[in-house]
Design a protein around this ligand. Structure first.
Ligand SMILES: *Cc1c(COP(=O)(O)O)cnc(C)c1O
Length: 358
């Protein structure tokens, strides 16, 4: 399918201060839009960034059929824009779509769309190392109908935001024994909008206790560790790296997958197994808990400084001793910048996709 392109007449780029970018509030000049009607995706186009007008009965507003992806394009040390494992994002949005009863979006069209969109707006990729153009593919239900059923029409769109070097302060996690993120058979594996709405109250209550994010435990026994905030979690205990396995309630993070491969290739022992909060407390108390960190596209690695669980407060070792988390961060940022050799073909050039207008 051919993507039609209509460029914006003026650019807002000159109004943007790249040294002072609030996360997720600045939007680049163009967006990709494609609608699903009569059983097929129709008329893919790149257009100037603009508002949508919506019917008040649009089904997404009532029954929540909305899914998304989060990925980044960044410039390497030669100034070339690059993606990181984009095909995994194209595949994952369709895994999410199937769970929420939405149609697949063709993966080749997804990739064509991000290549062309980022090529056109590549001036919006901040040049500083660690900065990026954050890319947000989204799919919503658009039938104008009040009645609970899958919509028969959808809109798929992609917009982008320049984001600064994501300095992530170490996070304090509250292991919640009242609220859950995901249960077996639920939607936890999908990047589904409803999961994030449901997580707001527990996160707010954790913040009122002085924590930053929730360390999610399993829905049945409040025992097995799942994820933290919107990141996958890893622990280093006595030299071994542990992370929960993907068994239906945990988002299949691409950073998690990359981290495991990078660590194993470097000779680390990485074990995917169910890990209980009590095991983490015991490791802390016997002095073998060395690191805990979240992994995800936005920050790559966020170190955990404190874990609160019931009446216990675990104060983790100082940041200077976080060898494994720092190794992952340096490896992934190094692959993106081109300072680390990409032996796995994870880094994909955006390439010259669209001729400059005459
Ligand atoms: C997006 C997300 C992650 C991280 O996935 P990446 O592909 O590494 O960005 C982890 N957990 C949740 C709940 C997420 O939404």
């Amino acid at each position: 399918m051919n993507i039609s392109i209509s460029r914006s007449i003026t650019s807002r780029l000159s109004e943007v201060d790249f040294n002072n970018l609030p996360f997720g509030r600045i939007f680049s000049d163009h967006m990709f839009v494609c609608d699903y009607e009569n059983g097929a995706w129709q008329n893919p186009e790149i257009i100037p960034f603009q508002d949508f007008s919506m019917h008040p009965a649009s089904m997404v507003l009532h029954y929540g059929q909305a899914i998304f992806e989060g990925m980044k394009a960044s410039k390497n040390i030669d100034g070339e824009p690059m993606f990181f494992r984009p095909e995994l994002h194209a595949a994952r949005i369709n895994a999410s779509a199937r769970r929420i009863c939405m149609p697949d979006f063709p993966e080749d069209l997804f990739l064509d769309a991000i290549h062309k969109l980022v090529d056109i707006d590549q001036g919006w990729i901040p040049p500083q190392e660690g900065s990026a153009l954050y890319i947000r593919p989204t799919m919503i239900a658009t039938d104008q109908f009040i009645g609970v059923k899958p919509s028969s029409t959808y809109r798929f769109f992609i917009f982008t935001c320049p984001v600064g070097p994501y300095y992530s302060a170490p996070v304090k996690l509250w292991a919640d024994t009242e609220y859950i993120r995901a249960a077996m058979g639920g939607t936890g594996e999908a990047k589904y909008a409803g999961n994030y709405g449901a997580a707001l109250l527990p996160a707010q209550l954790a913040q009122e206790k002085g924590y930053d994010q929730v360390l999610w435990l399993d829905a049945k026994e409040f025992k097995y560790i799942q994820e933290c905030g919107t990141m996958n979690i890893m622990f280093v205990i006595d030299g071994t790296v542990y992370t929960p396995p993907l068994y239906g309630t945990i988002l299949k993070g691409i950073t998690r997958n990359s981290s495991i491969q990078i660590l194993r290739d470097a000779g680390y022992n990485v074990v995917e197994k169910q890990i209980t909060i009590v095991e983490v407390v015991e490791a802390y108390e016997n002095g073998t808990l060395q690191e805990a960190f979240g992994v995800g596209t936005a920050a790559v690695v966020s170190h955990v400084s404190v874990i609160g669980y019931k009446d216990k407060v675990l104060e983790l070792p100082p940041l200077g001793e976080r060898e494994v988390g720092e190794f992952i961060k340096a490896s992934i940022n190094g692959l993106r910048s081109g300072k680390v050799k990409d032996t796995r073909s994870w880094v994909v050039p955006v390439g010259n996709q669209v001729a400059e207008p005459a």
